[in-house]
Design a protein around this ligand. Structure first.
Ligand code: ADP
Ligand code: MG
Length: 389
C-alpha cells in the first residue's frame, strides 16, 4: 500500500483527512549477534522498509486503531489499558497490544497520550526478524509525543517502547530494535553499546548495497532455543567467576582470558562464551572496517560471524547456511551472514551496488535449486529513524 492509498483508506475510514503521517523503519543487524544480553555492542541499520501511520487527533479521548494490513480495528480507552481490554471491555487482540502497550507505558510515566484516529500499514515483513514490531511501537510513541506536546530524546523513547514490548506484550527483547527504529541515520550503520547506551553512526561505504534474503523458514524452537542460549551464557559467567571474580557478564571477559580458562568450563557454556567474546571483538573490528571503507575486512568478519553462529552458538539452519554458501560463488558479494536470533529468518549480504540486481537473481535461483524453496530477497538502504512526512 502506498502513501496515496494510506491517505485514502484513512479518509474513507474516519470521514476526515489525516493531519500527520509518521514513518518508523524496521532494522537489520549488520553484526553483533546474541551479544546484547551479554552487555556487548551491536551494529544495526535502520532500513527503508517501515511502518506508516496516518493520524488525526480525536477530541473524545478515545484512540481508534485501524491496522490496514490485517483489516482489523480496535478502540482504546486510557482507563481500560491496564486490564488489556478494548473500549468495549473485550480482551485486546495481540496486534493491538503493541500500540496499546506504548500508550500504557507512556501513561505510567505521566506523558499525555491524547485520543487519536490512526490507520497504519507497513512494508516490513512480519515475523522475519526485521523488527516489524519495534517499528509499530516507535511510530506510535513518536505520534503520541507530537500530539501530547511533550518531548523526549530518541533513545529514551526507544527505552519506553522496549518496556512496552517486555511488560505489556510479554516478549523479552533487548533494546537494539527500538533503538535502531528511533535513531537510524541515512547511509549509516549504528554502533550501539548496550552497556553504556552510547552510540555513534558508522558510514556504510559508498557503492555497497544491503541485500536481505529471507529463508522463509522459522523453526519452532526459536523461543526455547533463545532462552537456552541466554542461560548458557550466564552459566559461563558463573563458572568463570571462580577464576575472574570481577566478571559480571561476558562483556568483561577478554579473548585471552577465555582462552586461558576455557579448559575448565563445561562444554556448552564454553562454546557459547567463545562465540560471544569473539563476536564482541568482531563488532569493534567491523566498526573500524566501516570507517576505513575496507571491504575485504568487512566480508571476512561477516563470514566469520556466520561460522561462529553455526558452529559455536548453533543457531543456524541448513537453509541459512545454503543462503550464505551460495554467496561465495556470486560476483560482487562482499560478505554474508545470518542476521537476528537465528533458527530461521534472514541473511544480510553486503554487495557491490553494480552487481546487486544479478546477485539477487542468482541468490533466489540458487536457493530454489538447492532447497526447493522460494526466498524473498530485498534490496535495502540504510535509512533515517522515525520521522514525520
Ligand atoms: P518481527 O520480527 O517482525 O518484529 P514480532 O513477532 O516481534 O516479529 O512482531 C510481529 C507482530 O507485530 C505482529 O504479529 C503484529 O502483532 C505486530 N505488527 C507488525 N507489523 C504490523 C502491521 N503492519 N500491522 C499491525 N500489526 C503489526
Ligand atoms: Mg519483533
Amino acid at each position: 500500500m502506498n502513501l496515496t492509498e494510506l491517505h485514502r483508506s484513512f479518509t474513507e475510514n474516519f470521514g476526515r483527512a489525516p493531519e500527520l503521517i509518521v514513518r518508523a523503519p524496521g532494522r537489520v543487524n549488520l553484526l553483533g549477534e546474541h551479544v546484547d544480553y551479554n552487555a556487548g555492542p551491536v551494529l544495526p541499520v535502520a532500513i527503508d522498509r517501515a511502518v506508516y501511520i496516518a493520524a488525526a487527533p480525536n477530541t473524545d479521548g478515545c484512540t481508534r486503531l485501524h491496522a490496514l494490513d490485517l483489516s482489523q480495528q480496535v478502540d482504546l480507552r486510557p482507563e481500560r489499558l491496564d486490564a488489556r481490554l478494548d473500549a468495549a471491555g473485550n480482551p485486546l487482540p495481540g496486534w493491538a497490544c503493541y500500540p496499546a502497550g506504548v500508550a500504557w507505558v507512556l501513561q505510567q510515566e505521566e506523558f499525555s497520550t491524547p485520543g487519536v484516529f490512526a490507520a497504519y500499514t507497513s512494508d516490513v515483513p512480519i515475523g522475519s526478524g526485521l523488527s516489524s514490531s519495534a517499528a509499530v511501537e516507535v511510530g506510535f510513541a513518536a505520534l503520541w509525543q507530537a500530539l501530547g506536546g511533550w518531548s523526549l530524546e530518541r533513545l529514551a523513547l526507544a527505552q519506553l517502547c522496549q518496556r512496552a514490548e517486555n511488560q505489556y506484550v510479554g516478549v523479552s527483547c533487548g533494546l537494539m530494535d527500538q533503538f535502531a527504529s528511533a535513531c537510524g541515520v541515512e547511509d549509516h550503520a549504528l554502533y550501539f553499546d548496550t552497556r553504556s547506551l552510547e552510540w555513534e553512526p558508522a558510514p556504510i561505504p559508498p557503492g555497497i548495497a544491503l541485500v536481505i534474503a529471507d529463508s522463509g523458514v522459522r523453526r519452532s524452537l526459536t523461543h526455547s532455543g533463545y532462552n537456552e542460549r541466554r542461560a548458557a551464557c550466564w552459566q559461563a559467567v558463573r563458572e568463570l567467576q571462580a577464576y575472574l571474580p570481577g566478571v559480571t557478564s561476558l562483556r568483561d571477559v577478554a579473548a585471552t582470558e577465555l582462552a586461558a580458562y576455557s579448559p575448565y568450563l563445561s562444554e556448552i557454556p564454553r562454546k557459547r562464551a567463545e562465540h560471544v567474546v569473539k563476536e564482541i571483538a568482531r563488532v569493534g573490528s567491523t566498526l573500524s572496517a566501516l570507517q576505513r571503507g575496507d571491504r575485504q575486512a568487512l566480508g571476512a568478519l561477516m563470514y566469520a560471524g556466520h561460522n561462529s553462529l553455526r558452529n559455536l552458538y548453533e543457531v543456524s539452519t541448513p537453509e541459512l547456511d545454503t543462503l550464505v554458501e551460495l554467496t561465495r560463488h556470486l560476483p560482487g558479494c562482499i560478505g554474508a551472514r545470518l542476521t537476528g536470533a537465528g533458527f530461521g529468518g534472514c541473511t544480510i549480504n553486503l554487495v557491490e551496488l553494480d552487481h546487486a540486481q544479478d546477485f539477487i537473481i542468482g541468490l533466489r535461483d540458487g536457493y530454489q535449486q538447492v532447497t526447493g524453496r522460494q526466498s524473498q530477497v530485498y534490496l535495502c538502504h540504510a535509512s533515517q529513524g522515525v520521522h514525520f512526512l
